[in-house]
Design a protein around this ligand. Structure first.
Ligand code: SF4
Ligand code: MG
Length: 325
């Protein structure tokens, strides 16, 4: 691709048919991802888009970058390997709440403490949409969506809390129908140097008939200045909230502040950047401090064969170690 070419949103779209249900929040999130890539003018050949399993995971087929549609709950191990093998790539991950906080929860926790320089987005709809709407780990206790025979017997994981507890250095929440705001969050998450986690409230009109577009957008009975009901979803930016950690001494206070905001749910639901810590080194930097040439010659840039195609690695000793003779 010519370096002077200005990339548009359409340059990041494939012509694969999008088979999400009408009104699904995944459309807005996909649009926001592709718009953010265009605004950042990221070279599609340098973007690795990794998805798990679920409705949201189809996003990789609709986006013209490199990508892998992985297996359930395992998108973060894939992304980790890809980023470590080629730290120059822009790595973006998208998965569902069931995928990332159920079967993939251990990977989520360990990605946080590593602080790899990637962005992980969870399209959070409270259900396993692809398999007909079972309760996911983010559905709140006592909520009965239309495909459940009885109210949810489990309490919910708060994804923001888990991200903060795991060591994620950038934590945000967006809303699928506020695409312009979501673009800004995705850009900030990608530009952050470290593990960025973005939870996106994503209505699933087919199976979650409780947390709908109308529910997020209205029904707070308190009236605003103009006498109209306030929308549930509001922006932290509009309240003077400051998520930035400026020193190690400041860190605990900023985590506590983020946790306090992340628990707000019901009549008022904040979106925006909850926490940003640019002080901690990335995992790549920690590796480079032990392997000085790592960033210059990462695994993907190391030759694996001589000009005649003979492998440069001698596996003889390794094979001998496994020999039973
Ligand atoms: Fe979207 Fe829900 Fe349909 Fe899946 S089942 S495509 S999440 S509306
Ligand atoms: Mg889900």
């Amino acid at each position: 691709m010519a370096s002077e070419q200005v990339l548009k949103v359409a340059d990041y779209e494939t012509d694969v048919h999008r088979d999400w249900c009408p009104g699904c929040g995944d459309y807005g999130i996909l649009r926001a991802v592709q718009t953010a890539l265009a605004e950042m003018q990221l070279n599609p050949s340098n973007v690795a888009f990794i998805t798990g399993i679920g409705c949201s995971a189809k996003s990789v087929h609709y986006t013209k970058t490199y990508g892998v549609h992985t297996i359930h709950g395992r998108l973060l191990p894939f992304a980790t390997g890809i980023k470590l093998a080629n730290p120059g790539l822009d790595v973006l991950c998208v998965g569902g709440d069931g995928d990332g906080l159920g079967i993939g929860a251990a990977h989520f926790v360990n990605a946080g403490r590593r602080n790899l320089d990637i962005l992980y987005i969870i399209n959070d709809n409270g259900v396993y949409g692809l398999t007909k709407g079972q309760a996911s780990p983010t559905l709140h206790l006592g909520v009965k969506t239309k495909s459940l025979p009885a109210p949810n017997i489990n309490d919910a994981i708060n994804p923001l809390w888990l991200a903060l507890a795991s060591g994620a250095t950038w934590v945000g929440r967006g809303y699928a129908y506020d695409v312009r705001h979501l673009v800004s969050l995705i850009r900030q998450g990608m530009e952050h140097k470290g593990f960025a986690f973005l939870d996106v409230l994503q209505p699933c009109p087919s199976y979650n008939n409780i947390n709908t577009k109308d529910w997020y957008g209205g029904e707070d009975r308190r009236a605003g200045n103009d006498g109209k009901p306030l929308p549930r979803v509001y922006k932290l930016d509009d309240t003077g909230y400051d998520p930035v950690v400026r020193s190690l001494e400041d860190m605990n206070a900023k985590i506590t502040q983020a946790i306090t905001k992340a628990v707000e749910w019901g009549n008022r639901i904040p979106i925006g950047v909850f926490y940003k810590n640019a002080i901690f080194p990335t995992y790549e930097k920690r590796i480079a401090s032990r392997i000085p040439n790592y960033m210059l010659v990462p695994p993907t840039k190391q030759p694996i064969a001589d000009p005649e195609g003979r492998p440069l690695t001698d596996l003889t000793r390794l094979l001998q170690a496994f020999s039973v003779n």
